[in-house]
Design a protein around this ligand. Structure first.
Ligand SMILES: Cc1cc2nc3c(=O)[nH]c(=O)nc-3n(C[C@H](O)[C@H](O)[C@H](O)COP(=O)(O)OP(=O)(O)OC[C@H]3O[C@@H](n4cnc5c(N)ncnc54)[C@H](O)[C@@H]3O)c2cc1C
Length: 448
């Protein structure tokens, strides 16, 4: 019997899960359909990873090899929940694996966060990466900008704002984004973190990169480095932490003052309010110190940093999926080793989960491989409780989508889009020129 598996979400988690299923010696005969709501595959590798990170963007090539091996059917522009439902999948497949990732900004509940000029990093990232479902315009009219957060997404946002546009040009940055960045008046970007420089979640490579930006001075506050910080003294420092410490040390020795743009780091700075009437005018934060027990406590000092825009990069959050249990607090689908569980902790037969929607929006692309491994093991171990489809024929689901007039894309369409983007980019000395509008993508991807 052929095991028919649907995977929803064609980001790295979904594609790695498909790959592992195909390689699983204990599941000799498997057929996989991969459904994706965007016309093109690759999830956040295409629409999250920054355009000036070509090495990471290059992961698309290895994901593409998996899709091109000829054993997976890709159906893009198919939204689970509207175009297809759980009931549909039960008729056509033995099981489904949800790999729907996370696209929303986590909430930062401080007064003024909804003022015009205050943005979520996820929206900004979607804009600069040319996500088809976000508006093409972005108000880049602030001279001084605050970025809240001490993780790599905060660094991406800060770097995209402060980097010279001409240095972004050769990348796959979309045309409209390049033009907007070219006319941005930004001079100062301020990055805020509640804890000290020892507690940042940055990775060394991404942090070091900021110090290499042309015409950008890095401004550090010596107070942040002289503050006694023995909160983690008993914890052995990782190699990564030592490298980060060294990067800050070297930056502190640098001469500053000549660059036309500045990137300021504010540590021990907890934002408490976005100030402004009608639009953002400042970010208020409280200074944090350490008490004699090494606990973080407010020092009582409040500071207003003048800025005209605020970007919060405080994490991503998954979205609920119609008909599937969801943990609103964690923003994930509750599961036991990838097997979806209901409120009572019972496994929901035939329903599995992997990637960011399984364990939350943390970790690198590579981590989604180990996620997939665990999920596929769970699927294999529960083979006798999977669904019994009444229409397992491979053509039936295609007929169903045709009946519903779903304008789905396929791998051939992706190849056409990919070639067109690379060709158009080549003509302009760019890696690729991304096609951003959904209608234009579909025109290229779906033959008339
Ligand atoms: C801004 C940013 C920068 C990053 N940079 C790096 C980096 O430099 N290096 C690195 O290793 N990692 C990076 N990451 C992390 C990396 O992107 C994630 O680890 C990885 O993408 C998670 O994979 P995923 O497949 O779980 O989710 P995603 O990549 O989000 O893929 C989920 C897919 O599911 C689709 N989907 C959602 N809902 C539905 C639905 N209802 N129907 C059909 N399809 C649906 C989505 O459209 C999407 O394509 C970055 C993340 C972000 C946010």
């Amino acid at each position: 019997m052929t095991l028919r598996i649907a995977i929803v979400g064609a980001g790295p988690a979904g594609i790695y899960a498909a790959d592992l299923l195909l390689k699983d010696a204990e599941i000799p005969d498997v057929s996989i359909d991969l459904f994706e709501r965007l016309p093109a595959p690759y999830g956040l590798v295409r629409y999250g990873v920054a355009p000036d990170h070509p090495r990471i963007k290059g992961i698309v090539n290895s994901l593409r090899e998996i899709l091109d091996a000829g054993h997976i059917r890709f159906f893009g522009n198919v939204n689970f929940g509207t175009d297809l439902t759980l009931e549909d999948l039960k008729k056509h497949y033995h099981a489904v694996i949800f790999a729907t990732g996370a696209m929303r900004d986590a909430v930062l509940d401080i007064p003024g966060i909804d003022l015009p000029g205050s943005f979520g990093a996820a929206d900004f990232v979607s804009w600069y990466d040319g996500h088809p479902d976000v508006p093409r315009g972005w108000p880049l009219d602030a001279k001084e900008v605050a970025v809240i957060g001490n993780g790599n997404v905060a660094l991406d946002v800060a770097r995209m704002l402060v980097k010279r546009p001409e240095d972004l040009y050769p990348t796959e940055v979309p045309d409209n984004v390049f033009r907007a960045l070219e006319s941005s008046p930004v001079t100062d970007v301020h990055v805020f973190g509640r804890r000290g420089p020892r507690h940042v979640k940055f990775t060394p490579l991404e942090l070091r990169e900021l110090g290499e930006l042309a015409d950008v001075d890095i401004i550090l506050d010596e107070r942040d480095f002289s503050q006694r910080d023995d909160s983690q003294e008993s914890v052995p420092r990782s190699k990564q932490a030592l490298v980060i410490e060294r990067i800050f040390y070297l930056w502190r020795q640098r001469e500053v003052g000549n660059a036309s743009r500045r990137l300021h780091f504010h540590f021990f700075a907890q934002p408490t309010e976005v100030l402004g009437s009608g639009s953002v005018q400042a970010l208020r934060y409280k200074r944090i110190g350490l008490d004699s027990d090494g606990q973080f406590v407010p020092t009582g000092e409040m500071v207003d940093q003048q800025v005209q825009a605020v970007y919060r990069a405080v994490g991503y959050q998954g979205s609920p999926i119609k008909g599937i249990p969801f943990d609103e607090i964690k923003g994930v689908i509750p599961n036991d080793k990838g097997m979806v569980i209901d409120k009572t902790g019972q496994a929901v037969p035939g329903v599995f989960v992997t990637g960011w929607i399984k364990r939350g929006p943390i970790g690198l692309i590579g981590h989604t491989k180990s996620d997939a491994m665990e999920t596929i093991t769970s699927l294999r171990d529960t083979m006798d409780s999977l669904w019994s489809p009444t229409k397992p024929d491979a053509g039936a689901v295609v007929d169903l989508m045709a009946e519903r007039a779903v304008e789905f894309t396929g791998l051939a369409g992706w190849h056409r889009l990919d070639e067109a983007e690379i060709r158009r980019g080549g003509l302009r000395n760019k890696e690729r020129l991304k096609v951003v509008g959904r209608a234009e993508m579909l025109e290229l991807m779906v033959p008339p």
